[in-house]
Design a protein around this ligand. Structure first.
Ligand SMILES: C[S@@+](CC[C@H](N)C(=O)[O-])C[C@H]1O[C@@H](n2cnc3c(N)ncnc32)[C@H](O)[C@@H]1O
Length: 497
């Protein structure tokens, strides 16, 4: 399983520049893991992006800087992981004990680590000037912790995790692995895994089979092509097929956008908010690297990570630009053949598994933030729909909030007055859009409970009266009735947020 030297994305990357932590969106901050604590500056060039300089980026406060000689790196890592695992429990105890109200200068994340050590760890060993402060609140914190256990009818600390609403479901979700057809074939990947002792069960007949997966058994997903399904907890990060880019670790819900956009080989596609690029590499696989993907993102650090991932995945048809998608001109001749757009904008991330482990309310976005995100999402969607040759667009978020999903689609469809319509995709998909407007059920929703995935939303829009000629054969679909108001007024409805 060699990495394959094939041509990578069209990038002028000066090697040695580490990827810095991303700043926008809600996707995993892979850059921060691989980077050497330095954020590359990215400049636009004719070829996409070019990394031109490295500037220092702040190191996350609780982690040792990369290369640290601290003796306690392992302990520190374990402390951070455990604190994160108990995050919802700690939030609840800190809140009921009124710790942050009493100690206004204590930062919430630091409070969480200190309270973890105090209540669940080996007692407060560090803590510096906060140690005596925490000691003052110790009795109250312990009492609230005990009260929480009584309330949740558990005696062991571990059981508190199980008792968090949704946590059990999230913990049991199967692991989805996309076979990267730019680098290998489905059959070859399956054979390789079988030789390693995995037991292939063929195509799953439904979600029940996926939920019951155990040991080394694995399935082909019942709906999406080239998607393998393993028992929860299966970890492929160190697997040679993953490291060589033959397998992509991608949730099933996150495979929906490219699958449903279905650009045929040779077409021109825009990936409007692309980094870190899992959906871009999926698009490239569908294009068989024939045609062109114009990938944009505002965040240079995430784009640097994306360049590495795309190279590893063998993507050679992608031009990456560090650019605000809203500033990309639809009349630019470079995009005159763009018939497909994937728009996966920054969102609250309220559907992500890690967020669902938090207490209800603790991780929910404030109304103000939601409105700001929804404002951007509306602008991005209506901008995308103004590309003259566009035939088909997929709008997706990993949010479960109606404000960022059905409301955005409804408002923009009304604004564009019938030029695009929603397409009813993937009829067997069990969870549909919230019925907040006629046609919303044509959208897809995903959730741990219903689809065994993270929370997600997808809408597919197609130019009315046009044909992209790209209907995915296996994923039957039909155009939905137009929900736009009858053409009376010429002026578009203002997009208030
Ligand atoms: C949800 S993430 C995209 C994930 C990506 N599609 C994938 O599958 O890997 C949203 C991305 O939008 C980017 N973004 C936010 N505002 C943007 C803008 N105005 N133009 C381009 N990218 C933007 C963020 O930097 C972030 O990387």
């Amino acid at each position: 399983a060699g990495a394959g030297a094939g041509a990578g994305p069209r990038l002028g990357v000066r090697r040695g520049a580490g990827a810095g932590p991303g700043s926008g969106g809600r996707s995993p901050r892979r850059g921060s893991r691989s980077g050497a604590g330095a954020g590359p500056r990215v400049s636009e060039s004719r070829l996409g992006v070019r990394l031109i300089a490295v500037s220092p980026a702040p190191t996350p406060p609780l982690l040792p800087s990369p290369g640290s000689r601290s003796q306690n790196v392992r302990q520190l890592y374990a402390l951070v992981c455990e604190t994160q695992r108990y995050s919802a429990v700690l939030d609840s105890v800190i809140h009921s004990a009124g710790l942050l109200q009493a100690e206004k200068k204590l930062k919430p994340n630091l409070a969480k680590v200190l309270v973890y050590e105090l209540l669940l760890g080996r007692g407060l060993r560090g803590g510096g000037r906060w140690k005596p402060v925490l000691s003052r609140h110790k009795a109250r914190l312990q009492a609230e912790f005990a009260r929480l256990k009584v309330k949740r009818c558990v005696s062991r600390n571990e059981d508190l995790l199980e008792s968090v609403p949704g946590a059990a479901q999230v913990a049991k979700l199967p692991r989805f692995v996309r076979v990267n057809t730019l680098k290998t074939k489905l059959d070859d990947a399956v054979d390789y895994l079988k030789r390693e002792g995995y037991s292939y069960q063929g195509r799953a007949s439904g979600l029940d089979e996926l939920q019951a997966l155990e040991g080394k058994r694995f399935f082909l997903d019942s709906l999406l092509p080239e998607l393998l399904v393993f028992p929860s907890g299966t970890d492929f990060h160190k697997h040679p097929l993953y490291q060589a880019g033959h397998l992509i670790l991608q949730d099933k819900a996150s495979c929906l956008p490219a699958t449903l956009l279905a650009p045929p080989p040779g077409s021109h596609v825009i990936d409007a908010c692309a980094a870190p690029g899992n959906k871009t590499s999926h698009l490239a696989a569908l294009l068989k690297n024939q045609g062109k993907i114009f990938a944009f993102d505002l965040d240079a650090g995430r784009l640097a990570t994306m360049a590495t991932l795309l190279t590893r995945a063998g993507v050679s048809c992608c031009e990456i630009a560090n650019k605000d998608f809203l500033s990309v001109s639809p009349s630019d001749p470079r995009y005159c053949q763009v018939q497909y757009i994937l728009l996966d904008p920054s969102c609250s991330g309220s559907g992500m598994a890690s967020r669902q482990l938090e207490e209800p309310g603790a991780g929910s976005s404030s109304q103000e933030r939601l409105q700001a995100l929804a404002g951007f999402q509306r602008r991005a969607l209506s901008h995308a729909l103004s590309f003259p040759a566009l035939q088909r667009l997929v709008y997706s978020t990993c949010s479960v909030c109606q404000e960022e999903n059905e409301d955005v689609v409804r408002d923009v469809l009304q604004q564009i007055e019938g030029t695009f319509r929603l397409v009813h995709v993937l009829p067997p998909w069990p969870e549909r859009g919230l019925r907040t407007f006629p046609g919303a059920e044509h959208c897809l929703r995903a959730s741990p409970e219903t689809t065994l995935t993270g929370g997600f939303f997808v809408a597919v829009l197609e130019r009315a009266g046009g044909s992209s000629g790209s209907e995915p054969q296996s994923l039957a679909e039909e155009p939905a009735p137009n929900i736009a108001p009858k053409k009376k007024k010429r002026r578009p409805k203002p997009l208030t947020t």
